[in-house]
Design a protein. Structure first.
Lengths: 94, 240
């Protein structure tokens, strides 16, 4: 096929209460077609109860080249983790 | 009740399921390949239910497998439509659209059948077939109202398969429900979809017959069964 269908990213919610998770991508002619294809490709084994599809071209992604300025400044700020707080025993597992 | 009506439902699903599985690895897009294989597997699953019930009711020691794998073409009771070869993707999807549209109405009628084994199979199958029909309808519309070439192919597929439509609405005492009553609802789904697809139904009511009563299957069925049955016929005791 010379003309590829547009690429869609697929998000599936596994069960009530959980959030949608990215499961992969597929090609489809439009969004409705993408939902049908996602049903066939990604929910064959009862993986989900809700499907989102998003045109891959509509996703704005961070650039790997920016990882220094985006993530490194957090390296020496361990106090942002809540590990410095004493957890009362009554709280139990967190 | 004769088991022929059960065998008809099972053979339709079996023969079309086998036909669709011939696309496995060959469909025009990966996603379509998986979708066709899924639908084929749905149909084979339905076959096990219908032929399994037929074998049980028949009581002569048959099983769903022996019915599927040891009968010859003249013992099959499927519609002529479903044994037609795949040819191109357009013919395959048009055949699917016409069959799904009939299948949906037939199963809907059978969900209220007095025999609870029959109504249970119909209720389970209808969920799958509702999706089959949605998918094939969308595909026929997309390809009919698509490019110049896809439109020509879909119109040619419709012209080719039209004479195989009438047999679906013929009726005899073996049928599980009155098939003639399904036509109105069938037309109410099919005709607007063809119109949206910019396709023109042929101006003919001629209908090939002889599939569901086994008197005149097309030459294609024997070739298909030869492939489908070769392993169990060559190795009758083969197991997984």
């Amino acid at each position: 096929m010379k003309q590829e269908w547009p690429l869609f990213e697929v998000f599936i919610r596994g069960q009530h209460g959980l959030s949608h998770r990215h499961v992969g991508s597929l090609h489809a002619t439009d969004a409705e077609h993408a939902i049908q294809n996602a049903r066939d490709v990604y929910t064959r084994r009862k993986e989900g109860i809700s499907i989102w599809v998003v045109p891959a071209a509509e996703i704005t992604a961070s650039s790997p080249d920016d990882k220094g300025s985006l993530y490194d400044p957090a390296d020496d700020k361990v106090y942002r983790h809540p590990t410095f707080f004493d957890i009362p025993d009554d709280v139990g597992a967190m | 009740m004769s088991v022929i009506g059960l065998i008809r439902m099972g053979d339709n699903a079996l023969v079309l399921g086998q036909r669709l599985s011939e696309w496995c690895g060959h469909a025009p897009a990966l996603e379509e390949d998986i979708a066709l294989a899924n639908i084929a597997l749905d149909l084979i699953g339905q076959t096990q239910l219908w032929l399994g019930l037929a074998a049980m009711r028949d009581g002569s020691g048959q099983t769903a497998d022996t019915l599927a794998y040891t009968r010859d073409a003249w013992d099959f009771r499927n519609l002529l439509l479903v044994e037609q070869p795949n040819r191109d993707f357009g013919v395959t999807m048009m055949r699917q659209f016409l069959f799904d549209s009939w299948h949906f109405e037939a199963l809907s009628a059978l969900t209220t059948h007095a025999d609870t084994d029959i109504s249970a199979i119909a209720q389970k199958s209808l969920k799958e077939v509702t999706y089959h029909r949605e998918r094939s309808t969308d595909t026929v519309i997309a390809l009919g109202d698509g490019t110049d070439e896809s439109r020509v192919r879909m119109q040619s597929a419709l012209d080719r398969l039209w004479p195989y439509m009438g047999e679906m609405f013929t009726q005899d005492a073996d049928d599980l429900t009155d098939m003639t009553l399904l036509r109105t609802a069938f037309d109410a789904h099919v005709m607007p979809a063809l119109d949206t697809a910019t396709l023109t139904p042929p101006d003919s009511t001629f209908a090939h017959q002889g599939g569901k009563n086994g008197t005149r299957h097309s030459e294609h069925l024997g070739h298909m069964l030869a492939v489908m049955q070769s392993l169990p016929r060559s190795y009758p005791d083969a197991t997984w």
